[in-house]
Write a protein that binds this ligand. Structure first.
Ligand code: PLP
Length: 500
């Protein structure tokens, strides 16, 4: 069963937690108990493929889903039709003590696919299990990666529609193309005149407008979001930590039980938190190393115990980590306080009212037993892309390079030379301009045409362009609506009216 991080009285099935996303008191859903694994169980994963590993882990967290239901969800998500690598989340050896876990072989070339391929399936089953009759309308404001991954995941899923809003002036050319060419009978994509903040505020206002929501309900529609606090996004991310470890053992890189450190490029604290769950379940993880860009609110928190969101926002070369409020951190606070929901609620109220909270020395010490953190600016990031390419002929995207750099610093600062797994969250081709300029700044000339840059990067490195990105060039434009922020509610109604 699941409870809220802000109050323990109400218990929910996994299907309800996934359907509602956020608890009624504003808290996040957490499982009442965390399943513990044994060494034999861990060994048994080694010879399974990714889908079977996913089944083994997800069935522990979603006991109200039948075997058939869960199997159906997994089969629809992790296939070689959707992923361009049979391992789904392949582990690449750099040298004896450094490995890269590539989470970007899905349809949108970023790590969001690992969860957003399966969440729509889990949600669709949850609707049946909870006897929901309304048509669910997923509303998403995106600065780039999430929107496309959500579109791909939700396309043609029964009883669900998805409308994605993106800032007209705030996504990369490739990201825009990925979205406006999106196929699917239940998908809509709308450009909003303005920046990401305008777009996100527009969506938030719609969620908070009681009359508007009542109006939609009368027509049989229920608004929902697919954001990263949903348990249905978090649970599938636990799988690849186990999968990486199982690969290491299978290939003889690790003795069973030997701990590894994971380095995770972090924004909303969702990815790294899944690693924390894996560790709590008994996976031998030494340290979880939290890597940030210049938006270093988490680095400061993990160093001082003070979370302070009152700081300038930086646009960086690793835009998917440009975040000031890491929502999933609330789940860590719940565990660190041993489930003290009163304490967690009061910190969250302070964050809301004063923009900061301080967990104090004791809790900080407990957090630092498990986590280590540092941050990297854009210059250092691009230098790292260059250095990794020169030394290992590996193409790291800027997010991955941030992690790589922090991983090196961790070794230098602590002397801990345990095996490191760098979690790689985006294909280098998704950030082709940054990567091209970093690997050969002298000869780099920016091209107007994105596809020319994809080709250039591929020719230079010998790496092949992800098929879905290459195919974009010939896809027809399917979505052309542009609106002002104030028009968003009307646009939604028009879309729903048209697709009835
Ligand atoms: C979303 C994202 C991240 C950050 O992940 P969180 O779970 O929000 O910490 C890092 N890199 C890329 C490429 C992403 O898309």
């Amino acid at each position: 069963m699941y409870i809220s991080t802000r109050g323990k009285n109400d218990h929910f099935f996994a299907a309800e937690a996934i359907k509602t996303g956020i608890a009624g008191d504003g808290g996040l859903f957490v499982p009442t108990t965390i399943p513990k694994i044994t060494t034999e169980w861990l060994v048994s994963l080694a010879n399974l493929d990714y889908g079977k590993r996913a089944f083994a882990i997800l069935s522990l967290f979603l006991p109200d889903y039948s075997e058939e239901e869960l199997q159906f969800c997994i089969d629809a998500a992790y296939t070689t039709e959707k992923f361009d690598n049979a391992a789904i989340a392949p582990l690449v050896a750099i040298n004896g003590d450094k490995f890269v876990l590539e989470l970007w072989h899905g349809p949108t070339s970023a790590f969001k696919d690992m969860a957003l391929q399966i969440l729509p399936q889990l949600l669709s089953k949850a609707l049946v299990k909870t006897k929901e009759t309304a048509e669910i309308v997923i509303l998403t404001a995106t600065s780039g990666d999430t929107g496309k991954a959500a579109l791909e995941g939700f396309k043609d899923v029964k009883q669900i529609k998805i409308i994605v809003f993106y800032p007209d002036a705030g996504v990369s050319p490739i990201q825009r193309m990925q979205m406006v060419t999106q196929a699917g009978s239940n998908v809509s994509v709308v450009a909003v005149r303005g920046n990401f903040d305008d777009t996100q505020t527009g969506v938030k206002n719609i969620f908070n407008d009681k009359n508007y929501n009542a109006d939609l309900a009368a027509q049989g529609f229920q608004l929902s979001s697919a954001n990263s606090i949903n348990w249905g996004r978090l649970a599938p991310q636990i799988v690849y930590y186990f999968s990486a470890y199982a690969d290491m053992v299978r290939d003889g890189h690790l003795e069973l039980g030997q701990p590894v450190n994971f380095v995770v490029p972090t924004g909303n604290f969702g990815n790294i938190l899944a690693g924390y769950y894996a560790k709590k379940m008994g996976l031998p993880i030494g340290k979880l190393i939290c890597a940030s860009n210049s938006n270093n609110v988490l680095t400061e928190f993990l160093h001082t115990g003070v979370y302070n969101r009152k700081r300038p926002f930086h646009k960086t070369a690793s835009p998917s980590m440009d975040i000031l409020i890491s929502s999933n951190l609330e789940r860590l606070l719940y565990y660190i306080t041993d489930g003290d929901t009163v304490q967690v609620s009061s910190w969250m109220a302070e964050l809301n009212e004063h923009g900061q909270y301080n967990v104090g020395e004791q809790y900080l010490a407990a957090i630092q037993e498990i986590f280590w953190a540092d941050c990297v600016d854009d210059d250092e990031t691009l230098q790292m892309v260059h250095a990794v390419y020169e030394e290992h002929h590996y193409l790291a995207d800027p997010h991955t390079a941030v992690a790589w750099q922090v991983g090196e610093r961790y070794r230098q600062n602590t002397g801990d030379d345990r095996v490191q797994i760098i979690v790689s969250t985006a294909s280098p081709f998704k950030f082709n301009e940054s990567v091209l300029s970093a690997i050969d700044s002298e000869n780099f000339i920016a091209e107007k045409n994105e596809f020319a840059m994809l080709e250039q990067l591929s020719e230079r490195s010998g790496w092949s362009i992800p098929p879905a990105l290459a195919a974009l060039e010939n896809e027809p434009i399917r979505h052309e609506i542009v609106c002002n922020k104030e028009e968003m509610p009307t646009v939604i109604k028009q879309i729903l009216e048209k697709n009835k």
